[in-house]
Design a protein around this ligand. Structure first.
Ligand code: DX5
Ligand code: ZN
Length: 233
């Protein structure tokens, strides 16, 4: 079962939301050195989600600190007026929420027109049918395994079944399946076996506060996922 999923590379994407904001550049460099594949950037507007984080100017300031992929997760509504600013700030992936606006297809067209990879995120209560008619426009699906807005929440188990359903729906397409919220080495194996290949982790990566602990934390998530995919660790 595991081999069929092995075509999409395994990716660990630390969420900067859990880092020390007073030392953002240093924290980005630390997770880069510690083995992060992508840097996950959680943008919150206090409207679509009940919290406010940071925007394009802060992302632009982080950009010179790493060459790794900037994976932006926009928890904002509306998103369309800000897509260009996130592209210019250096984001490589721009993910919008299916629930954030009435014209998802238009948002995805706009992201691709900016030359960026287009992602769609689904809240825990949103069925996968929300992406059925935009599947040709999607490079990445971000499955929320918590209700978005805060780090450090408990993993919602129904995300595992949702990942398998999305894997079946996207079979044969070059689409990354990324999971976000409460992800650690305790669940990355089950998620990988279900077909997820990208793992966002905030608290599980940044605990410990040093490059050595980040390296250890990233490896633990990666090793559990790789083992479930039948890959050597
Ligand atoms: C939640 C964010 C997540 C969050 C993950 O709204 O989208 O990326 O930072 O943090 P943990 O891994 O602590 O749940
Ligand atoms: Zn996120």
């Amino acid at each position: 079962m595991s081999q069929q999923f092995a075509s999409r590379p395994l990716v660990i994407a630390p969420s900067i939301l859990a880092s020390d904001f007073s030392r953002l550049g240093e924290e980005v460099r630390a997770v880069d050195q510690a083995g992060a594949d992508w840097i996950h950037l959680d943008v919150m507007d206090g409207h679509f989600v009940p919290n406010i984080s940071y925007g394009p100017d802060v992302i632009k300031a982080m950009r010179p600190h790493t060459k790794k992929i900037f994976d932006a997760h926009l928890m904002i509504s509306p998103a369309d007026p800000y897509l260009e600013a996130f592209a210019k700030a250096g984001c490589d992936h721009i993910t919008v929420h299916a629930e954030a606006g009435p014209h998802l297809h238009r948002s995805l067209q706009a992201i691709r027109a900016l030359g960026k990879k287009a992602g769609v995120s689904l809240n825990p209560a949103t069925p996968i049918s929300a992406i059925e008619y935009v599947i040709d426009m999607i490079d990445l699906v971000l499955v929320m395994s918590v209700n978005p807005g805060f780090g450090g929440q408990a993993f919602i188990r129904s995300a595992v079944g949702k990942v398998s359903d999305i894997r079946a729906m996207t079979a044969g397409r070059p689409i990354d399946i990324e999971v976000d919220g409460g992800v650690g080495p305790d669940v990355s194996g089950a998620l990988a076996a279900a077909g997820a290949n990208a793992f966002v982790a905030g608290s599980a990566v940044f605990k410990g506060g040093t490059v050595e602990s980040y390296r250890h934390n990233i490896s633990a998530i990666r090793d559990a996922a790789a083992a479930a995919r039948g890959e050597m660790v």
